[in-house]
Write a protein that binds this ligand. Structure first.
Ligand code: DI6
Ligand code: FE
Length: 406
């Protein structure tokens, strides 16, 4: 029987990242991938390729094909930047001290409230190009620099619009990122606003795929986040949480209790909470860029995540305060050098596990029959090179992307 294809990729080494293939990186050397209607319909060795008819044949010249990279945690859309706070921090003022003095997230909130949607879009799409050229095909973008209805909606609309530009965007409503000054004396009234007005309206407009919060002594308490999660669930939205970044507040346990897609940062998580995450199937999203940039000393307990089988994703956390980084490949390297990941774990963290952190693991994240034809070909000799080069690969990757989420 002839295999009918739209596109066939030939002479590629495949880092399928398929855990069912018993080889590092789920590798298939001298491989080929067949695509029909935006989906992968054949994966295997060139030698086993059946008789086929294909409209297009792409010669991969022995490069390595991987699933498109997934950056599952970013704050890509924001106004202004915080270079002057960086100078302050280098002089010894801490991230938390700057936040308490009204800078930090609030300074980006002011800049984001004051910029029009077009300019906001232009700035974000300029940054997005860096991701695109480093092999990212799916990116999550959070709101959270508006903290009022109209600016949160403006951010989410800008993020959704970025989807049009050759990359799939998942959006997350992060109203519970910081307390806006208007609610300084009444934080619970701001939580009321999030739960009773913002989440219902954003859900009605279909602008967010999930809801996030910042559970921290400079953010919101577990009791406040619980209310936000309840509202999210009521409106059919998935949840995730910035948890245990600067201290242990019990956020990861709360996330697990709500069946969150992920709990993110986690430097200060304890063993019991790791167990709770394992039981709930909640992904640990680790963010070595923020760890590095804030000069943190406490590392996330990678060995505990391994021990209890908590899947570990990696992301840039691209944001103007704690991780002004637009290089996913730099993050792969940092995960190895700072968090003792293997290069294989790092690549899994930005493909298969990253897709799970977005609830997209049935659609993307591995080179497997049935998944979207969401793939990248790199001019490298071994997949470890993606972690080995610091922040770039020697030769530009080549893209063949045909993402379809249907
Ligand atoms: N934790 C982070 O690392 C980002 N948000 C958060 O809750 C940083 C946001 C910022 O500093 O602008
Ligand atoms: Fe973040």
């Amino acid at each position: 029987m002839t295999l009918k294809l739209d596109t066939l990729f030939i002479n590629a080494n495949l880092a399928t990242m398929d855990p069912n293939i018993d080889a590092p990186y789920g590798a298939i050397e001298d491989g080929a991938v067949g695509v029909k209607d935006g989906r992968i319909v054949w994966v295997g060795r060139m030698a086993d390729l059946p008789e086929y008819g294909a409209e297009k044949v792409h010669e991969c010249d022995g490069g390595w094909m991987t699933p498109g990279l997934v950056d599952c945690h970013t704050h890509l859309v924001f106004g202004g930047n915080r270079a002057q706070e960086f100078e302050q921090r280098l002089q010894g003022v801490s991230y938390a001290e700057i936040a308490k003095a009204g800078g930090g997230i609030m300074s980006t909130v002011n800049a984001t409230r004051g910029i029009n949607a077009n300019d906001l879009y232009q700035e974000a799409s300029t940054r997005l190009i860096d991701f695109l050229y480093q092999g990212v095909t799916t990116i999550e973008v959070k709101s959270g620099y508006g903290l009022d209805m109209s600016t949160e909606i403006k951010m989410l609309e800008v993020a959704r619009k970025l989807t049009e530009d050759h990359i799939c965007v998942r959006t997350t409503f992060l109203g519970a990122h910081a307390l806006p000054p208007e609610y300084k004396d009444n934080p619970d009234a701001y939580i009321d606003l999030i739960c009773n007005e913002m989440i219902p309206e954003i859900a009605r407009l279909g602008l967010a795929d999930s809801v996030d919060g910042f559970c921290e002594h400079i953010g919101f308490s577990p009791a406040q986040i619980r209310r936000v999660f309840e509202a999210a669930k009521k409106h059919g939205l998935a949840v995730k949480l910035h948890a245990e970044q600067l201290s242990n507040q019990g956020g990861a346990k709360l996330a697990a209790e709500f069946g969150a897609l992920s709990a993110d940062h986690l430097e200060y998580i304890d063993e019991d909470s790791v167990k709770a995450m394992a039981k709930a199937g909640t992904v640990a999203v680790l963010l070595p860029g923020a760890f590095y940039y804030l000069k943190e000393a406490q590392k996330p307990p990678v060995n505990l995540f391994r021990k209890y089988g908590v899947p570990m994703a990696l992301a840039t956390d691209c944001n103007p305060g704690s991780s002004p980084i637009t290089s996913p490949l730099l993050i792969l390297n940092m995960a190895c050098t700072l968090f003792d990941f293997t290069p294989e774990e790092a690549l899994a963290g930005m493909t298969r596990i990253g897709s799970k952190a977005l609830g997209l693991d049935r659609k993307i994240g591995t080179l497997e029959v049935g998944k979207s034809a969401d793939l990248v070909v790199w001019e490298i000799n071994h997949p470890a090179e993606l972690s080995y080069w610091v922040g770039d690969v020697a030769n530009m990757n080549r893209f063949y992307k045909g993402v379809s989420y249907e």
